[in-house]
Design a protein around this ligand. Sequence first.
Ligand SMILES: Cc1cc2nc3c(=O)[nH]c(=O)nc-3n(C[C@H](O)[C@H](O)[C@H](O)COP(=O)(O)O)c2cc1C
Length: 381
Amino acid sequence: MIKTSFPLLTIRGKTVLPVFQGGMGVGVSAHKLAGSVAKQGAVGTIASIDLRVHYPDLLASSNKSRDPEVIEECNLQALDREIKAARTIAPDGFIAVNTMKAVASHAKLVRQACESGADAIVMGAGLPLDLPEMTDGYDIALIPILADARGVKVLLKRWMRKGVKPDAIILENPKYAGGHLGATRPEEIGHERYDFAPLLAGVNKLFDDLEIERIPLIVAGGINSFESLQELFELGASGVQLGTAFAVTEEGDADDVFKQTLIDAKAEDIVTFLSTAGLPARAVKTPWLNKYLKREDRLRALAAPERAKCAGWAECLSHCGFRDGNPDAGQFCILKQLEAAVKGDYEKGLFFRGSEPMIFKDKIHPVYDVLEYLLTGNKAA
Ligand SMILES: Cc1cc2nc3c(=O)[nH]c(=O)nc-3n(C[C@H](O)[C@H](O)[C@H](O)COP(=O)(O)O)c2cc1C
């Protein structure tokens, strides 16, 4: 394990380096990335959404299907394979599975992750108030992703009534993170209630007010230096989560075109927009997104429930603006765009990315270099 002066974390009896690799769908953080991070002693996370993308046999048996249950079954099989493959890379490592509350099959994915031997469920994209029920009977760490103190309070009160407390809480700042953002409206992304300093102080005070032991707080969004870790630990964080920096590592499960697109993006190429889940999201303005944003207003004005249907037959989201013909959300098939991105289709893909500069701006580096720099300050050439 890399030697660091930052305190290690112990979650459900497993001691880990205080760095989480964030879950990244579709297929961006699968077994190779999560297993490699876990092998180094940090927390590796498999994103559970549509892992079929890595299995030609499962794609072949479900791609032509118009039955969401067939597609769902293939995704559960893919998740099982991915967890077992990550475990082969890191037999004793800490392997988490990320599930999004907004995904229709989230409860089934959670059960599959429990059965396949994951160490933790990390759940975001919605308030996971019923996560304890979903994991009933399993000894697995429960880690919600939240954005503000209000969300933490609501969740804690609900979970504590059931006698459950989170094993850690990820606090993700929508101002900087990649993918779906935890702000209800795009204009709220920069709100100060998401800033790490007041948020860490507020949540730690909440623990004191509730007279409970402090739960490890893992901060996420825009973290890209050893110095930021020093600062965040001083502010009361117990760990950090990074997405973008791990997505572009050698071991990242996406195509190299995906990684290079994220690395090459300049500040002005990174935009926020409204996803089909109705949440703001952050991505690189590549050709498809550029074209979509030009037509967005017109497509939203045309959206109507009578004409709408699921373009991919996967029924992936509980509420999809495109499938439901809801003009208050994005109008495209998010699954198709994200699948194109992970396979390296620069023209058609949707490339999620955080807002801040890369740790290594020149080329793709191994996971070890990212962890070594974050934890020691030593930066590989
Ligand atoms: C390509 C990409 C895909 C992501 N997909 C997911 C996801 O499926 N579920 C989730 O909870 N967060 C997702 N995220 C958020 C990350 O897990 C992480 O918390 C966030 O990106 C941290 O910000 P950073 O990228 O600035 O480090 C994604 C981020 C990226 C860049």
